[in-house]
Design a protein around this ligand. Structure first.
Ligand code: NAP
Length: 284
């Protein structure tokens, strides 16, 4: 297990220095750590994905926004452009091969290459028993949450390889560690992403492409509101972590800085990690 990663590590270059700067509202300069880079972010018109897209663009990357609905793509692109950020967008339902192809084509047309892939899109169409879940439900959840990131990455990989380095961030969930009741198939899909991260990190280390994973806790988004409502029983019975004080629900922005960091040269020696962003740690 250790040996292949070591072989990959030998090829990882030292971090490069970054000179680009941006003036902030208070007049000070901040470094644009992702200048001249291109990021593809799935599920990025709302919630966690939108916040990640905004942050990557604020840190200097050109970001390709995507999700299933054209009106959401248009709104997200317009909002970020109004903020002076460099973004393009296209419709991409990650479960559809032709949409993934269109996403890759959009990234290449507008930017000529891709440095980062952040896979945020995820679904949970069922609240109920794991063993009573239909085959259709299993296929839908595993297809969108697990298969799609791997298939999209395989389509983007030649273009990331051309750049000589790259960073991939998958978005799992704290449910990967502590299963939410009645979200069984979703829990399984998110646990699978932890394994996918480690497997891809080993496979892609020789290509100098790093693969890491975020495991958000309950975050204040449309999706998070459903989990908060349905997960009440979990929080009062099983899930009593040492939450940071004062208690607060996570915000999408809590997930954004860490993704920017994982894409930046500062993280060039980090791969194969699953990082909880939850106000607590499942490893405690
Ligand atoms: P959200 O606020 O509901 O946003 C979901 C985004 O994904 C939207 O932009 C939506 O736009 C897009 N989307 C949904 N299905 C898609 C598909 N099949 N293909 C492409 N885009 C799709 O959700 P969120 O809370 O930010 O969740 C994002 C990710 O974080 C999910 O993978 C979720 O499992 C994970 N997560 C969330 C929480 C939480 O508490 N919020 C906790 C742990 C993990 P369209 O409707 O236009 O497609």
């Amino acid at each position: 297990m250790f040996r292949p990663l070591i072989q990959g590590w030998k090829r990882l270059p030292a971090p490069v220095s970054v000179l680009s700067v941006r003036s902030t509202s208070n007049g000070s300069n901040c470094r644009l750590t992702l200048a001249n880079k291109v990021a593809v972010v799935t599920g990025s018109t709302n919630g966690i994905g939108f916040s990640i897209a905004r942050r990557l663009a604020q840190d200097g990357a050109h970001v390709v926004i995507s999700s299933r609905k054209q009106q959401n793509v248009d709104r997200a692109v317009a909002t970020l452009k109004e903020e002076g950020l460099s973004v393009t967008g296209t419709v991409c339902h990650v479960g559809k091969a032709e949409d993934r192809e269109q996403l890759v084509a959009t990234a290449l047309e507008s930017c000529g290459g891709v440095d980062f892939l952040v896979c945020v899109a995820g679904v949970n169409p069922l609240v109920g028993s794991t063993l009573r879940s239909s085959e259709q439900i299993w296929d839908k959840i595993l297809g969108v949450n697990v298969k799609a990131p791997a298939l999209l990455l395989s389509q983007l990989l030649p273009h990331m390889e051309n750049r000589g380095q790259g960073s991939v961030v998958l978005v799992s969930s704290i449910a990967a560690y502590i299963p939410f009741p009645k979200l069984g198939v979703y829990n399984v899909s998110k646990t699978a992403l932890l394994g996918l991260t480690k497997t891809l990190a080993v496979e892609l280390a020789p290509k100098n492409i790093r693969v890491n994973c975020l495991a958000p806790g309950v975050i204040n988004t449309d999706f998070g509101r459903v989990v908060r409502t349905k997960g009440k029983k979990l929080r009062t019975s099983v899930f009593q972590p040492p939450l940071l004080s004062p208690y607060r629900v996570g915000q999408p922005e809590d997930c954004a800085g860490i993704v920017s960091f994982l894409c930046s040269p500062e993280a060039s020696y980090i791969t194969g990690e699953n990082i909880a962003v939850a106000g607590w740690s499942p490893h405690l």
